[in-house]
Design a protein around this ligand. Structure first.
Ligand SMILES: Nc1ncnc2c1ncn2[C@@H]1O[C@H](COP(=O)(O)OP(=O)(O)OP(=O)(O)O)[C@@H](O)[C@H]1O
Ligand SMILES: [Mg+2]
Length: 327
């Protein structure tokens, strides 16, 4: 982990994504800005429905259309706005330069195909290699994620949950993507296996110099794996900075709430304080601060106008009028 500036790989500007439902429009992602350097890991945290998966799917351009729509914004990947690329060009990027581990990884595997052939297929789709080379690469990938190459010909049901997850990670990394979007990659696993799989992801990422956006509810995982963190609330980023900064000097009341609702080893506080209330209805978002109803520090001004993202400490941005974000 380091705070130095790295060469930029991804930059999202003013991204807006909506979903149409029968009666309403869900404002899932609202004017998001993000950037990611080469080899860097960015954590996206926030509660359910905040818009995290939607951001990842927008980057990979796999949002269902309909009902969703990228209403505004730009997503620059290696300097090009991928939202403007043809579907043919995008297909070359998907899996090859940008890969995703889905929130429910168990469904990513085909039950009637061997794990080896599924990894081989992912490689063969994107690289011009001979059959033997593809197979060898697939065996290497299996071994890289800690599964003996001899198990190439086995089917997903012959593997434990943690091993299946390793296979999914091997598939995602098989083409050596520049960017890995990992959406809650270990949520379905029990805690001990979780730690193993995360350790493995971390070392593979280092080895292959992959950049990663790691989506998680777990601030412990962020602390262990991420260089920077962005806190998402009601489709907006409310705080962003290096992991160290955000953990040591959380500036948004929502981030503070997230920390207070978690057990911390370094705290003598016996009681955890959950954040009361719910996120606002995404089909009917308030004009002012989206956290207003739940915020212990809210004042009248917050209700009227939303704060802008402001640099609250060097390189650390917060969207709150208490931290100078008044418009
Ligand atoms: N296909 C869809 N049609 C309509 N609304 C959708 C669709 N997919 C997501 N949404 C809505 O968009 C918003 C953002 O959803 P998203 O899945 O991005 O959240 P998330 O932060 O990934 O949540 P979680 O932590 O539960 O995975 C939510 O209000 C959700 O209900
Ligand atoms: Mg999600």
């Amino acid at each position: 982990m380091s705070g130095e500036t790295k060469e930029e790989l991804l930059r999202i500007r003013d991204l807006v994504v909506e979903y149409d439902t029968d009666e309403d429009v869900v404002q899932a992602v609202n004017h998001i800005d993000l950037q990611l350097g080469k080899g860097e890991t960015l954590g996206l945290v926030g509660e359910t429905g905040a818009g995290k998966t939607t951001i990842a799917k927008a980057i990979l351009r796999i949002l269902p259309d309909p009902p969703s729509r990228v209403k505004a914004g730009e997503i620059y990947f290696e300097g090009k706005d991928i939202l403007k690329l043809s579907e043919g060009k995008m297909r070359k990027i998907r899996g090859n330069k940008i890969a995703m581990i889905f929130q429910d990884p168990m469904t990513a595997l085909n039950p009637i195909e061997t794990v080896g052939s599924q990894i081989a297929e992912a490689i063969g789709l994107h690289e011009k290699l001979s059959k033997a080379e593809v197979q060898k690469r697939a065996v290497d990938m299996l071994e890289m994620v800690g599964i003996p190459g001899e198990r190439y010909g086995e089917y997903p049901h012959q593997f434990s949950g943690g091993m299946k997850q390793r296979v999914v990670i091997a598939m995602a990394l098989a083409c050596r993507p520049e960017l890995l979007l990992a959406d809650e990659p270990t949520t379905a696993l029990d805690v001990t296996i979780q730690a193993q799989v995360l350790d493995m992801m971390e070392s593979l990422k280092e080895k292959l110099n992959t950049s990663m956006i790691l989506i998680t509810h777990d601030l412990g995982i962020v602390a262990g794996m991420c260089d920077r963190v962005a806190v998402v609330y009601a489709g907006e980023i409310v705080e962003q900075g290096t992991t160290e900064e955000v953990f040591d000097f959380p500036g948004h009341p929502y981030t503070l709430g997230l920390f207070q609702s978690l057990p911390r080893l370094d705290s003598t506080e016996k009681r955890l304080k959950p954040i009361n209330g719910l996120m606002p209805d995404p089909t009917n978002l308030p004009e002012g601060c989206k956290f207003y109803d739940r915020c212990p520090y809210a004042c009248e001004k917050c209700k009227e106008k939303e704060a802008e993202m402001r640099e609250y400490r060097p390189g650390h941005f917060v969207r709150c009028i208490r931290q100078g974000g008044e418009k």
